[in-house]
Design a protein around this ligand. Structure first.
Ligand SMILES: NC(=O)c1ccc[n+]([C@@H]2O[C@H](COP(=O)([O-])OP(=O)(O)OC[C@H]3O[C@@H](n4cnc5c(N)ncnc54)[C@H](O)[C@@H]3O)[C@@H](O)[C@H]2O)c1
Ligand SMILES: [Zn+2]
Length: 354
């Protein structure tokens, strides 16, 4: 199992992808983290399935893990939950020398990374993603955040994990809808960076997920290495489909759509805008839409969905820096760029069409 190296600025860490890694986690972590005190943060669904495989593996090498279980779902990604986790860590005696493990999907990963960034002014953490979305995307790159009423991920920190362990066996129990949403980020990666993977996705049989996860981690790793803190524009390309996507999530009160489903719709809007303003061929847009449909991802909003709420949410979005829209467009599958020529009217027209 060759690790994928993520060279993020001054830090560099490995992502390990493969089978039966939870059972080996203790041995994989021992050379990287001293502990011995640590806490596993997980949600009810994930802890029930995988904590029993992970705990003995950690104790067998001398770590002393505390299991902290939180309710599942995006609504747990809050400052309140972060504080509750900090309190549990304090009660368990965790200090500056301790570390955290995020065992779960992107919600658990973002929240745990955030807590690790602030607890005692920062302690190390390990990502053990158990959803396809988290394995191909959120576990890599060190963006940690929680949501507040004003928007998603508005309170956060940059905090790179010490190690990422993606056990692809865990994906076997993913509900189909959760599995599908992971493909939205995979299609996004293909559109912005990897035309060859886009072709591959046309006849993907769902079997070799390990190779697919590895390829997507490599794409994200390359982008993060070029622009760790989204300062040069490179990393912003990962936001393709997300300006409208995040707004749809918020307009639906974080309940109507999963992140990946909202991103799928956001990709459709971004493609529409790209056809109008960036020279994307309509045939390429249509291929992207049919690829999303092939993975059972949404490409149309329900007729009665409050589209005005989407536009309101975009106006509040953090990507409106100094009231300027920084919108990611694609001119051809396999490449993307930031555009400053996209107006609110362009976005409104694309949302209207959804
Ligand atoms: N930090 C980043 O760079 C980044 C990138 C993309 C997305 N995100 C964030 O990721 C989150 C979405 O990720 P997600 O969909 O993985 O969220 P999630 O953690 O809510 O997981 C989705 C659901 O799947 C369940 N689950 C997880 N693993 C399972 C398994 N192996 N078997 C059965 N059920 C399982 C969970 O309990 C949950 O109900 C959002 O909060 C989004 O903002 C962050
Ligand atoms: Zn995303």
């Amino acid at each position: 199992m060759t690790p994928i190296i993520i060279a993020a600025g001054s830090q560099s860490y490995e992502a390990l992808v493969g089978s039966q890694l939870l059972e080996k986690a203790g041995r994989l972590l021992a050379p990287k983290l001293s502990g011995p005190d640590c806490a596993i943060v997980s949600d009810e669904n994930v802890a029930a399935r995988f904590a029993q495989a992970l705990l003995p593996s950690l104790t067998s090498v001398g770590f002393k893990p505390t299991l902290i279980v939180i309710p599942p779902g995006e609504r747990s990604k809050t400052l309140g939950e972060a504080e509750a986790i900090c309190n549990r860590m304090s009660e368990a005696g965790l200090d500056r020398s301790s570390f955290l493990i995020a065992l779960g999907g992107g919600m658990v990963g973002d929240l745990t990374g955030f807590v690790a960034a602030i607890y005692h002014r920062g302690i190390p953490y390990v990502q053990m993603p158990t959803t396809l979305l988290a394995q191909v995307d959120s576990s890599i790159g060190g963006k940690a955040a929680v949501n507040i009423a004003a928007g998603k991920n508005l309170i956060g920190a940059w905090h790179q994990p010490a190690l990422v362990i993606s056990d692809t066996d865990t994906l076997a129990t993913l509900p189909p809808r959760e599995r599908r949403q992971g493909f939205a980020e995979i299609v996004k990666h293909a559109i912005i960076r990897d035309a060859e993977m886009f072709e591959m996705l046309q006849h993907f049989d769902g079997k070799d997920l390990t190779a697919l996860v590895r390829r997507n981690i490599a794409i994200k790793a390359a982008i993060v290495a070029a622009d760790e803190r989204e300062a040069k524009g490179e990393r912003a390309l990962l936001n393709f489909g997300h300006t409208v996507g995040h707004a749809i999530e918020r307009a639906g009160d974080l309940r109507d759509f999963l992140h990946g489903e909202a991103v799928s719709l956001g990709i459709v809007a971004a493609c529409e805008i790209s056809v109008r303003k960036a020279g994307l061929a309509a045939t390429e847009r249509d291929r992207i839409l049919s690829t999303l449909r092939a993975f059972d991802l949404p490409t149309r909003l329900p007729a009665d969905f409050p589209r005005a709420k989407i536009l309101d949410a975009i106006r509040f979005d953090k990507k409106f820096e100094r009231h300027e829209v920084r919108f990611v467009v694609t001119s051809a599958i396999g490449s993307a760029r930031l555009s400053k020529d996209i107006t609110m009217e362009d976005i409104a027209a694309a949302v209207e069409k959804l």
